[in-house]
Design a protein around this ligand. Structure first.
Ligand SMILES: Nc1ncnc2c1ncn2[C@@H]1O[C@H](COP(=O)(O)OP(=O)(O)OP(=O)(O)O)[C@@H](O)[C@H]1O
Length: 304
């Protein structure tokens, strides 16, 4: 469990993190989202004791990082996958990490196996692909078998297979009861990976909820309807006070009504339906809707 309580970080006149409070629960993957410069990396660094809060605090299983007896056994992190001596082999890198943290070297074999790097363990880490480097970084984070894991942009630059592997791996770690906090710019990927979200903008908390709730709260749910009698049905729906838009393909997009209500209205008038499909908003739409005002720099509008 991670708890941020009134967490604040100032750099001179810049307030990078501003009175931020949230909790990250065990047993789930929690996505950490926010526009560029929102304060995600600064918050992660404070969780890991790499930066001191100006005020407030952040606790890992009830204690600040600096008061943990054996930090690597409590919290593991992947912040920068390229943080490895290029001439060291993957195994040598992990053995050095294990030794400097008082962890048994047999754990190195276990984590190499967990991330699927056993066969290439003797190769120079400097020659690893990005996907392999990410796996090595994750192996390092897992060395102390920690209950809390932090991943900063773990899927950046990976191919679809690498992205899928990381997604399933993080979900597996959460299913084991661990606390998993992951930041990413890839919202469609986060929608698939994270069951909870902490969203920040300009250092402040914008939302903390389940991913489903976040999307439902900030986007419009509509129902797409196709019918050979679309005109008649459209008029009836308007009559009931719902909003109806007709698309180029003749399909109706109805807001304000559930698919059950529309189906019942159509049936009562003997109107045949060819399609009745609820449309869910996307995480991208919800994110833009909620963080729009907190983006530091907007792109200039074009074409005007
Ligand atoms: N060491 C520092 N000195 C001065 N300002 C800093 C420092 N680190 C971060 N900042 C500022 O704090 C704010 C938050 O930065 P941070 O890197 O935490 O955001 P972020 O959400 O991780 O952004 P991104 O998504 O672009 O990585 C920004 O305005 C940034 O310029």
């Amino acid at each position: 469990m991670i708890e941020a309580i009134g967490l604040t970080k100032r750099y001179g006149n810049t307030v990078a993190v501003d009175d931020l409070s949230f909790t990250v629960a065990p047993g789930r993957v929690t996505g950490f989202l926010g526009p560029n410069g929102a304060g995600k990396s600064t918050t992660m660094r404070m969780i890991l004791g790499l930066d001191r809060p100006t005020s407030g605090k952040v606790l890992i299983d009830g204690k600040p990082y600096t008061q943990l007896d054996r930090p690597l056994r409590t919290v593991g992190a992947l912040l920068d996958a390229k943080w490895v001596h290029p001439n060291r082999s993957a195994r040598a890198h992990l053995e050095w990490l294990a030794k400097s943290n008082g962890l048994p070297s047999q754990r190195v074999d276990e984590v190499l196996d967990l991330v699927g790097l056993t066969k290439v363990a003797k190769r120079r880490a400097g020659g690893f692909s990005l996907g392999m480097s990410q796996r090595l970084g994750i192996a390092g984070a897992l060395l102390g078998d920690p209950k809390v894991l932090l991943f900063d942009e773990p899927v950046n630059g990976l191919d679809p297979e690498g992205i899928l592997w990381i997604r399933q791996f993080m979900q597996g770690l959460a299913a084991e009861g661990r606390t998993v906090l992951v930041s990413s710019h890839l919202l469609s990927e986060m929608a698939l990976t994270a069951s909870d979200l902490v969203v920040i903008g300009r250092g402040k908390l914008i939302s903390q909820s389940s991913t489903t709730e976040f999307v439902e709260r900030s986007t419009e749910n509509t129902v797409r309807v196709r019918s050979p009698h679309a005109d008649k049905l459209g008029a009836m729906l308007l009559d009931k006070g719902f909003t109806v838009r007709e698309g180029e393909d003749g399909a109706l997009t109805v807001s304000g009504a559930s698919s059950d209500q529309i189906g019942d209205i159509a049936a009562s008038a003997g109107v045949v339906l060819h399609e009745l499909s609820p449309q869910r908003g996307s995480l991208e739409e919800a994110f833009m809707q909620l963080t729009g005002d907190s983006v530091e720099y907007h792109a200039a509008e074009t074409g005007k």
